[in-house]
Design a binder for this molecule. Structure first.
Ligand SMILES: *Cc1c(COP(=O)(O)O)cnc(C)c1O
Length: 432
């Protein structure tokens, strides 16, 4: 493994003095793969350039937001114009209305959205709203799904089916965790048993309809349908956390893709075009409970920030104009076609899991897992050397075996071919 260049190295040492772990979000620190991260100087299109002048073709894309690639010229122009009109008003603006109109128009079953500044905030607020709408406290989530870092969502499964969840982070009170239950994905029976026991106390079931934060755990449509049916039966709300999948896997997100309409939905990443934005939405019947109309409090000094709203709106308009969903499908198919023989030749067990522009390497025997429990923990060991060998060839992939890769509008066939070539060489040289 070759480390980062001298400039990145020095910056990281300085960062470690003044920022915990040297980073502002843990996965950036390379703890899962070893070594030190490169520091980014600039990025353009598919290419990210570090402080030492090293270029990488980027498949991380800021972990999802950069669906147009880095510094898309049209988006940058819109952002620059927006900035020149002021960076924040603390009062409503046109772009906020137009972004909300577009989201409501595109996503099935929602009449209203409220914008916030991150995905975490979006899910946290949607859950408060669900509790306010139902007058109930319990939340059901699934292991392997990530919903941001609000206290009541940093919860791992307890030991038994109906036992309470346990904090998955220090600093989360047991009392908060006890209101969240965690079940494995892909298991209708457990969901049924759970609802039979406490269903009338459940405010909401929250799920990533395309779980993409712990590998890519593609769910059966029938499992999602089960959640739709059972929440309806018990008067609980179904929340689709589409912070990754929203506007990425279809114009109407996973809801459109799977033909299932949730009660509330959360967005983030793509809708900010790289600016800090999140949003949550639903039918008026639920959204009217939010302040100032209703009694569920929710607010934000920088919510609906004019620059972020303009960036989000421009991103969605470009996605539609370019019909990216069709483009991504063919680019994704191309990636699959090139990678499949490369991975099949390796002595490691390897397969590519993909939905649209989202892909993940499953490093274990057999069918790709559909549950977090089904992921072989030793897969992460096998990923480490592979990550460095691919990165050393100029391809930036996620520095963790559990994170997915993203295609962007800036990726061309040659980038896909280069990536599969890099894997081919890495697997010959390295751990294969
Ligand atoms: C990234 C993510 C979040 C949290 O969003 P932040 O903007 O990082 O706070 C929530 N849910 C899902 C599904 C995500 O992928």
């Amino acid at each position: 493994m070759s480390g980062p260049g001298a400039v990145s190295n020095e910056l990281f040492d300085r960062a470690c003095q003044v920022i915990p772990g040297g980073v502002n979000s843990p996965v950036r620190a390379y703890r899962a793969v070893g070594g030190k991260p490169f520091f980014v100087k600039n990025a353009k299109g598919a290419v990210i350039t570090d402080e030492d002048g090293q270029n990488y073709i980027d498949f991380v894309n800021s972990w999802g937001p950069l669906i147009l690639g880095h510094a898309h010229p049209e988006l940058i122009e819109v952002i620059q114009q927006a900035v020149s009109r002021g960076t924040s008003y603390g009062a409503p603006c046109r772009a906020g209305v137009e972004l909300a109109e577009t989201i409501v128009d595109w996503y099935p079953g929602i009449d209203q959205v409220r914008c916030v500044s991150s995905g975490t905030e979006a899910v946290m607020s949607a859950i408060r709203l669900a509790r306010g709408c139902t007058g109930r406290d319990l939340i059901l989530k699934f292991s392997g799904c990530y919903h941001g870092h609000a206290d009541h969502l940093l919860v791992a499964a307890g030991s038994g089916l109906i036992t309470f969840g346990e904090p998955s982070s220090a600093g989360v009170p047991e009392a908060f965790a006890s209101l969240t239950h965690v079940l494995p994905l892909d298991d209708e029976e457990k969901v049924e048993e759970f609802f039979a026991e406490v269903g009338d106390r459940v405010a909401a079931v929250v799920i990533e309809p395309m779980p993409a934060n712990n590998g890519l755990l593609l769910q059966r449509q029938s499992f999602l349908q089960k959640l739709r049916d059972i929440t309806q039966q018990y008067g609980a709300l179904l929340i689709f956390d589409e912070v990754i999948s929203g506007f990425r896997i279809a114009k109407g997100g996973a809801a459109e893709r799977f033909g299932i309409t949730p009660d509330l939905v959360t967005f983030g990443k793509v809708i900010g075009g790289g600016m800090p934005v999140g949003a949550f939405g639903g039918p008026r019947e639920h959204m009217k409970n939010l302040a100032p109309e209703g009694k569920v409090y929710q607010a934000g000094t920088l919510s609906g920030n004019p620059v972020a709203m303009a960036a989000g709106l421009a991103t969605l308009r470009i996605l539609e104009r370019e019909d990216v969903w069709t483009k991504f499908e063919s680019l994704g198919q191309h990636l699959e076609k090139l990678m499949t023989p490369v991975l099949a030749k390796a002595t490691l067990p390897l397969s590519l899991v993909r939905l649209g522009s989202v892909f993940w390497l499953s490093l274990q025997e057999g069918e790709p897992p559909r549950t977090a429990e089904g992921i072989d923990p030793s897969a992460a060991e096998r990923y480490r050397p592979l990550f460095h060998l691919v990165k050393d060839r100029g391809y930036s992939i996620a520095p963790s075996a559990y994170e997915v890769g993203f295609l962007s509008l800036a990726h061309e066939t040659k980038h896909i071919e280069g990536l599969s070539e890099a894997f081919s060489e890495a697997l010959q040289d390295g751990p294969g």
